[in-house]
Design a protein around this ligand. Structure first.
Ligand code: C2E
Ligand code: MG
Ligand code: MG
Ligand code: MG
Length: 284
């Protein structure tokens, strides 16, 4: 073989990789270039008040416009999280979402909330607070209208420092939500100590809510738990009118799901907001 000594270990290493690992490595390389290439895009999914069905805000959802097609976040967020690329990518998301919220606020009298997903690694990064301040300053958005969605996984490592960071974020005026609630392993003892405004019930519970009595009982209990801790509740993944009616009966505050609106690229979301604003004007 005509290979240099130096190159050997790398060659042997890649030869031993499975097809899956190779694909993943290729994806990670492309992911590291995607920001510079402007391949990321935010979609926005509307949330509405369950009683009035009025639009109350949007969740920003990241999309990767890869040369081979649109890649959903479930395929690349875990890679970004493990490689640390989530830090610069997440910073871009935060800036972009704050700018979009400001644009929407300037275009009308109401001010829809913008919910932004924050990954555990991003939340724990030492520069996170600085990134948040910078995004607020650059965009000029009212911090009250920005809601950071944090999963249970981000909260468990060190409860004291998590609480301190949350308090700092709240002091900036931001709101905090727990995302995918019920799918992680957070302790209820901690839950009461975290300064959180809103709980998002994971869509797996919403899906099961009509299936049997136990499914219904869990969702009702989650709503009551959140309310008794002073939080508002968003149900995720609401797809049909039966789910919607149950959630309304059980005093859930907000819903988000295909039954109200799908995640839309910016022009579609702006059109939805405009239509909602025109309708509200007529309602008085
Ligand atoms: P998530 O934060 O829980 O977002 C809600 C997900 O549920 C979205 O998937 C949305 O499209 C989907 N969804 C909403 N309503 C329905 C429904 O009625 N039925 C069904 N079947 N699905 C519904 P998406 O956009 O594929 O995002 C998946 C996950 O990727 C998100 O879950 C979030 O954990 C993560 N993610 C998305 N954007 C970002 C981001 O900017 N940063 C970070 N760190 N994570 C992100
Ligand atoms: Mg979310
Ligand atoms: Mg969620
Ligand atoms: Mg989810």
């Amino acid at each position: 073989q005509a290979q240099s000594q130096q190159g050997n270990s790398a060659v042997i290493y890649t030869e031993n990789l499975s097809v899956n690992e190779r694909e993943r490595l290729a994806l990670e390389t492309q992911l590291s270039q995607a920001l510079d290439r402007g391949e990321f895009e935010l979609f926005y999914q509307a949330q509405c008040d369950l009683n009035t069905r009025r639009l109350s805000g949007f969740e920003a959802l990241l999309r990767w416009r890869h040369p081979d097609g649109l890649i959903p976040p479930d395929r690349f967020i875990p890679i970004a999280e493990e490689s640390g690329l989530i830090v610069p990518i997440g910073r871009w998301v935060l800036h972009q979402a704050c700018r979009q919220a400001k644009t929407w606020h300037d275009a009308g009298r109401d001010r829809p909330v913008m919910a932004v997903n924050i990954s555990p690694r991003q939340f724990q990064h030492p520069e996170f607070m600085a990134t948040v301040r910078e995004a607020l300053r650059d965009s000029g958005v009212d911090p009250c209208c920005i809601e950071l969605e944090i999963t249970e996984g981000a909260m468990m490592d060190d409860a004291e420092s998590t609480i301190a960071k949350m308090a700092e974020l709240r002091a900036l005026g931001l709101h905090l939500a727990i995302d995918d609630f019920g799918t992680g392993y957070s302790s209820l003892a901690y839950l009461k100590r975290f300064p959180i405004d809103r709980l998002k019930i994971d869509r797996s519970f919403v899906r099961d809510l009509g299936r049997d009595e136990e499914g219904a009982a869990i969702v009702q209990a989650l709503i009551q738990l959140a309310h008794s801790l002073g939080m508002t509740v968003v149900a995720e993944g609401v797809e049909d009118s039966h789910q919607e009616a149950c959630l309304r009966d059980w005093r859930c505050d907000l819903m988000q799901g295909f039954g109200y609106a799908r995640p839309l690229p910016e022009p579609g979301a702006s059109a939805l907001l405009e239509a909602h604003r025109a309708e509200s004007m007529h309602d008085g």
